[in-house]
Design a protein. Structure first.
Length: 139
């Protein structure tokens, strides 16, 4: 499979850093049929966790958030790369960003254990369009 590269929108919400908070949120989203292309949880200090939600459908997430009283911050945009896992799979993409003078703010990737991978690249908002051009996708 050739790698798919696209711009995705993401949102975040803050929760108390307690057992079950991510499970509660993910259960709520699943009950509203909100499919996610990515999800992460990042501790913010000792008391809070930032849950980052990358929905397949922004509209469906917005309806679920309104129905469930969920406060979301966003949308913000990131680049999602998905493809066949192989040695050096990301090098070409990162080289294109480097050649364009674009710095990543953060990134996260994972192999799915079945031969595929997913990789999320966060950039400054004003770097999204130049990064899209460098990667040959539409912003």
């Amino acid at each position: 499979m050739e790698a798919q590269v696209r711009i995705v929108e993401y949102f975040y919400t803050m929760v108390q850093d307690r057992p079950g908070e991510a499970c509660r949120l993910l259960s709520q989203l699943a009950s509203e049929e909100v499919n996610l292309v990515a999800f992460s949880a990042v501790p913010i200090g000792h008391e809070q966790t930032q849950l980052v939600i990358y929905p397949e459908s922004v509209e469906r997430l917005a309806r679920a958030a309104e129905k469930g009283g969920l406060t979301l911050t966003g949308p913000q945009r990131a680049i999602l790369i998905q493809g066949d896992d192989r040695l050096g799979a990301l090098v070409g993409f990162l080289q294109k960003l480097y050649d364009a003078g674009i710095n990543m703010s953060s990134s996260t990737g994972v192999s799915d254990g079945r031969g595929g991978y997913g990789y999320v690249i966060h950039l400054r908002a004003d770097d999204i369009a130049p990064a899209a051009r460098a990667l040959g996708i539409s912003a």
